[in-house]
Design a protein around this ligand. Structure first.
Ligand SMILES: [Zn+2]
Length: 54
């Protein structure tokens, strides 16, 4: 349960920091904010649509 609370907090902080595009976190994955594709935490570029953080 504690880890679920942490995930919610991280997502909340991501929303607050919307000025700088970044990966969204989904448990132990990164989610591309552009196409919603899921990637490992070591991904630097979305292999689905080519998006990457600026
Ligand atoms: Zn993408």
């Amino acid at each position: 349960m504690a880890t679920a609370d942490d995930d919610v907090l991280e997502e909340y902080l991501d929303v607050q920091d919307s000025d700088s595009p970044a990966w969204e976190r989904d448990h132990n994955k990164k989610r591309c904010p552009d196409c919603g594709g899921l990637h490992g935490l070591d991904a630097s570029v979305c292999t689905v649509c080519g998006w990457q953080p600026t």
